[in-house]
Design a binder for this molecule. Structure first.
Ligand SMILES: [Cu+2]
Length: 157
């Protein structure tokens, strides 16, 4: 189990990667070289930034679908223009633009996430850990609240 402190430190070192760098999620960006220059670790987030309506983000199920721009096999899709994807486990994930023709023009990216400095615990136990630390945070927030009430009562007397 993680302590509250460890959870906070872990969240602080988790990075946010803006896909495509300064160009964002756009046909002009070179996603292959962008991705190869990044290190994706479990806990990091991807942010797809684009003008809503022009592009979208479609997560593909396989390497084959990625190679062939087979958008029919989509696992998930978003189109808000500031789409955050959490890399919650090691492995490879495939993303493409859902706008007709954009994937074929190279608007796709393959993300390989490594466990990095994350403790090598199974996903199920880390879920338990994060939910339990969430509870302890709530408890400590409640304790602070009670303390504040108590203090104000003392002042009122
Ligand atoms: Cu596009």
């Amino acid at each position: 189990m993680f302590s509250e402190c460890e959870t906070i430190i872990w969240e602080a070192i988790a990075a946010q990667h803006t896909v495509g760098g300064s160009q964002g999620w756009d046909e002009s960006a070179d996603f292959k070289s962008w991705a190869s220059a990044q290190k994706f670790k479990v806990g990091d987030q991807l942010v797809f930034k684009y003008t809503p309506g022009l592009h979208s983000v479609v997560e593909l199920a396989s390497e084959t679908a990625y190679k062939n721009c087979d958008l029919g096999s989509a696992l998930d899709s978003t189109n808000a223009g500031n789409d955050v994807v959490k890399l919650n486990k090691p492995g490879t994930r495939y993303f493409a633009c859902g706008t007709l023709g954009h994937c074929d023009q190279g608007m796709k990216v393959k993300i390989t996430t490594v466990s990095g400095t994350a403790p090598s615990t199974p996903a199920s136990s880390s879920t338990t850990a994060s939910s339990s630390s969430g509870t302890s945070l709530k408890i400590s927030a409640f304790a602070t609240f009670v303390l504040l009430i108590a203090k104000s009562l003392i002042h009122a007397l």
